[in-house]
Design a protein around this ligand. Sequence first.
Ligand SMILES: Nc1ncnc2c1ncn2[C@@H]1O[C@H](COP(=O)(O)OP(=O)(O)OP(=O)(O)O)[C@@H](O)[C@H]1O
Length: 240
Amino acid sequence: MNENVIAVQELSKNFNLGKGKSISVLKNISFLACSNEFISIVGPSGSGKSTLLRCMSGLLNPTQGSVKLDAIDPYQLSPSKTAKMRRTKLGFIFQSYNLVPALPVFENVVLPLRLSGIKIDRPSVERLLKSLNFTAKLTSFVGTLSGGEQQKVAIARVLVTRARIIFADEPTGAVDAKAKEIIFDRLRKLADNGACVIMVTHDVDLAARTDRALVLKDGQLIKTLTNPDATEILAAIGKG
Ligand SMILES: Nc1ncnc2c1ncn2[C@@H]1O[C@H](COP(=O)(O)OP(=O)(O)OP(=O)(O)O)[C@@H](O)[C@H]1O
């Protein structure tokens, strides 16, 4: 049976701009997400998609409202429990998050395993990177890689763990058409095998292949489309 693994309730986020000014970026957002579910977050540029992903994943404290991941409020945990939760339950595929530029590719991929004391099987990591069509050397420092190759390292890192909840911010944004299909298929399989995958994307055709699309506009969740098609999504975003 599919379980609720993410509960977002009446979440709002304001950013302080200094001199007593602030902007309201997310307004009163609520939704539930389940295991076995692949959800996309779509909306115009600046509508709050990345901010919502960061708030719901425990990386950015909401101004109001609550977030539960596997029934746990990530903002109430001690730093060590937060680190453990991120290492064992959550997967992050963010371009600007979680890769260590000073470490080579291989060490970046296996970092969560090392931190958890899990045995590392080098050939299987090599096979995994190859299956993602990764072409750079495993000894390269990730800071020297293209955005697309870094994205594949971030995905490989998630795939070596047993993350139940995966947050991906434009995971196919910096890659070519072939890599885009490979990455999307991997995320689809993770959801089919029981994970909950949440993906921010500008790619309407990919969003149309997810189970549900959450449509944001001006910081509000204006529509939830189940088994969406591209025309519906474009119409909801206002580009139809
Ligand atoms: N730290 C911050 N301080 C102030 N404003 C911010 C901050 N982070 C985001 N914003 C503002 O919040 C709004 C939403 O940003 P966000 O990046 O979440 O949108 P988005 O829908 O993901 O956009 P895009 O599709 O262009 O990546 C934007 O107006 C942005 O400028």
